[in-house]
Design a protein around this ligand. Structure first.
Ligand SMILES: CCC/C=C/C(=O)SCCNC(=O)CCNC(=O)[C@H](O)C(C)(C)COP(=O)([O-])OP(=O)([O-])OC[C@H]1O[C@@H](n2cnc3c(N)ncnc32)[C@H](O)[C@@H]1OP(=O)([O-])[O-]
Ligand SMILES: NC(=O)C1=CN([C@@H]2O[C@H](COP(=O)(O)OP(=O)(O)OC[C@H]3O[C@@H](n4cnc5c(N)ncnc54)[C@H](OP(=O)(O)O)[C@@H]3O)[C@@H](O)[C@H]2O)C=CC1
Length: 284
């Protein structure tokens, strides 16, 4: 689909690149010649992904352990990355998600999600952008992974929807502020793409499983990781150099069919408190 050296010479950080869609994007970037750094909190997960993807693609990949909620940890990660070579591209992919009634959320639960998605994306973006601007480096890209709920809102995932909407506002704002400095921003708005991280938190069996889900998607299927990875590769490449400040939806038309949250979440509006309580993780 692409020329094999599309991303040759590009150094890319994918936050949360050890699992799920971050791992799939990293795989594609490596195949297209990029040098990729992944980060996350679980160092064992990162190491396993580095070993597997190096073997599968023969590409140059490294990992840095980092909790993006901690400003000093983000600065230390960027220093480590820059010590070798400056980044060309930042992908804000790390996220946290909780499916719960909003009025039952503790402040710690709200902060956990906002911390990862809103603050973490801002810390990483500013840390990279400041280094680029101070050094006069141009032709740089910040791409963020959003959710449909950032455009529509969605019940029961309110902190994530708020945080992703904030990241969309950052994307649009910086497109204007940093565009003249040679830094462009863009985003992807994915519909459902099965991953262990998302499905274990968002798709309890009470929601009816994939069979119910696909009825809410005009194309009657969930997304393939490769489809999202290909869009990501295009958007960060020089071929997309005139795309600045936009968010591209890739959801099989789901947003148009069902509006925010989708039909299976609408059914949850009638759930009892007992059904919700059964979803909460049990304290050890
Ligand atoms: C398809 C749609 C779009 C997909 C979008 C995605 O982003 S998919 C990406 C999916 N991938 C990911 O999300 C990957 C990363 N996600 C994570 O690490 C966790 O899910 C995290 C976001 C909770 C953060 O974890 P952590 O270790 O930092 O924190 P912690 O465990 O200490 O909890 C903090 C507080 O939250 C509370 N709480 C937790 N669950 C529930 C609940 N169901 N109900 C109510 N509350 C809940 C918990 O009780 C505690 O509050 P307390 O009791 O102290 O007042
Ligand atoms: N799968 C889907 O259907 C959809 C996914 N998305 C978005 O796609 C992206 C990837 O999600 P997905 O692959 O499904 O889920 P995953 O749970 O697999 O990915 C989340 C990643 O973020 C990392 N992460 C979480 N918290 C932190 C933190 N504080 N610091 C650093 N890294 C962190 C996790 O690693 P670790 O726990 O080791 O830190 C993990 O690798 C997210 O932005 C999500 O919102 C959007 C719409 C739909």
């Amino acid at each position: 689909m692409f020329q094999p050296d599309l991303l040759k010479g590009k150094r890319i950080l994918v936050t949360g690149g050890g699992t799920g869609l971050g791992r799939s994007m990293t795989h594609r970037f490596l195949e297209l010649g990029a040098n990729v750094v992944i980060c996350g909190r679980r160092e064992d997960v990162l190491k396993q992904t580095v070993d597997e993807l190096a073997k599968e693609t023969g590409g140059e990949i490294e990992a840095v352990g980092c909790d993006v909620r901690i400003p000093d940890a983000v600065e230390a990660m960027m220093d480590t990355i820059w010590a070798k070579r400056p980044l060309d591209i930042l992908v804000n992919n790390a996220a946290g998600q909780i499916l719960a009634q909003t009025h039952k959320l503790s402040t710690r639960a709200i902060d956990a999600v906002l911390g990862i998605v809103l603050h973490g994306s801002a810390y990483c973006t500013v840390a990279a952008g400041r280094r680029w601007i101070d050094a006069g480096l141009r032709d740089r890209v910040v791409m963020s992974i959003l959710t449909v709920s950032s455009l529509t809102g969605a019940p029961f995932t309110v902190p994530s929807s708020m945080a992703k909407a904030g990241v969309l506002a950052m994307t649009k704002s910086l497109a204007v502020e940093w565009g003249p400095k040679g830094i462009r921003t863009c985003a992807i708005v994915p519909g459902p793409f099965p991953t262990e991280g998302a499905w274990s938190r968002l798709m309890p069996k009470e929601r009816g499983g994939n069979e119910e889900l696909v009825k809410t998607i005009p194309l009657r299927r969930v997304g393939e990781h490769e489809e999202l990875a290909n869009l990501a590769a295009f958007l960060v490449s020089d071929g997309a150099a005139y795309i600045n400040g936009d968010a591209v939806v890739i959801d099989g038309g789901k947003m148009l069919q069902s509006g925010g949250g989708g039909a299976s979440t609408q059914a949850m509006l009638d759930w009892t408190d007992e059904q919700w309580e059964a979803l909460r993780p049990k304290r050890k």
